[in-house]
Write a protein that binds this ligand. Sequence first.
Ligand code: CAA
Length: 382
Amino acid sequence: MSIVELTEEHRMIQSVAKEFAETEIKPVAARLDRRSEFPAELIQSMAELGFMGIYIPEEYGGSAMDVFSYTLALEEICKACASTGTIMSVNNSLVCDPILEFGTLAQKEEYLTPLARGESLGCFALSEPAAGSDAGSIRTTVRRDGDNYVLSGTKNWITNGPEADVIITFATHDPSKKHKAITAFIVDKETPRLNVGKIEEKLGIKASSTCQLMFDDCYVPVRNRLGEEGEGFKIAMNTLNGGRIGIGAQAVGIAQAAFEESVSYAKQREAFDKPISNLQAIQFMLSDMATKIEASRLLVWQAAKMKDQKMNYVKQSAMAKLFASEAAMWVTTKAIQVHGGYGYTTDYPVERHFRDAKITEIYEGTSEIQRLIIANQLLNEY
Ligand code: CAA
């Protein structure tokens, strides 16, 4: 336990999330993963618990808690099932957040309220087949036609894409102007000529779904523009700054799960006439795992608190995501090592944690992009 003080409200959401994750999610997580099955019922239950819009004000259907509460809940959910946590994190950070931050009153009433209540599900469509890390180079185009904008292009790696009702997406008025010509939109999934393309078969977070979305001259009403024309890149960057705190929390949850499995295995598995937890080789791995997890959690909490206090948290959220995701990859690798051959099989959950950890180093900005963001901030600071 950390000495960082949690309020009564923080303890409450943490314990509700923990109880729900242990009783409802953990028992089915391996099955969901094996079958790549979208956890629709769990998402419904999380909506009832208020987990789909944790830090959205009550007037817009949210739970009116803070970002810190969100990280506490998300860690617990991801500890049980990182796929379920991914669905929750996209809806909270990448969809509700930008509408709250940049949306009009009408957009908040029409879209944010059902999203935060969990009555509809959102996705965030920025990346494209040829523009992932280089988000300023997107090629999905937009042109104005009377009271509508017309969007054309393909989006890639869209978490929640197949099930989402609402899409936050980005398109360029002129690709040669890079980030300066990008505009953001809120798009209804039912929009004509908007199609779900390839559904990805992934290494991990298999119970969450990831797809291509194809816009083939889709008409989007002007009232669905999010922010001003040309403000899209700023909206995307701001949204991802916040989202990265959530991915940090997800990485902590995955690592904590792998660590706890390792401790319990090490205490019951015997070798050389004693439990392997008596061997320094194992103890050193457990010590390093626990240390990296605590450091990760503190970085995540720091970034969350800074976002709550409306401070500039760009560097801290990148650091939290970078450190926590690389720590999760390290911890889950060692968790398999502690389990030996058994850890390499699907009889134990550590192989799932290992596969799930990898995505945290990739989505919402790779580790390399986080280093770039941190360096940019540092060079301005010093
Ligand atoms: N926060 C706020 N503003 C930022 C910013 C940040 N983190 N990074 C850049 N900016 C601003 C800059 O200050 C600059 O502003 P001005 O025009 O006012 O000067 C502007 O954005 C352009 O900055 P750069 O010249 O540095 O832009 P760039 O084109 O070189 O790229 C980048 C910057 C950091 C590499 C950016 O492209 C980036 O973050 N890439 C990663 C994208 C990403 O995370 N994608 C994940 C998609 S979501 C997902 O994973 C799928 C899912 O479903 C979960």
